[in-house]
Write a new protein. Structure first.
Length: 84
């Protein structure tokens, strides 16, 4: 556990100067105000799809856990009835 914390702290300390540097935007950068129409990415459908995908995954995982838990409980009940 300590090794993992040490490795993560070294990584974060090593990466922080790269994020802290203030650099100029690239020469072909166009601010949003001056962007030509039709060149903007529709963010809301993509964000909605991403959240939907995550929620479907979470619900599938919870359903899988519930199904496996009920199987284990059935096995425990069977073992207890066999014992006594």
């Amino acid at each position: 556990m300590r090794l993992r914390i040490l490795v993560m702290s070294i990584f974060l300390l090593g990466a922080s100067p790269a994020f802290a540097q203030s650099s100029q935007p690239p020469p072909d950068f166009v601010p949003v105000e001056n962007a030509p129409p039709g060149e903007q990415i529709p963010a809301m459908p993509l964000l909605g799809a991403a959240y939907g995908f995550i929620w479907v995954g979470v619900l599938a995982y919870v359903w899988s856990l519930a199904r496996r838990l009920s199987q284990v409980e059935a096995e425990i009940t069977a073992l207890e009835s066999r014992k006594g």
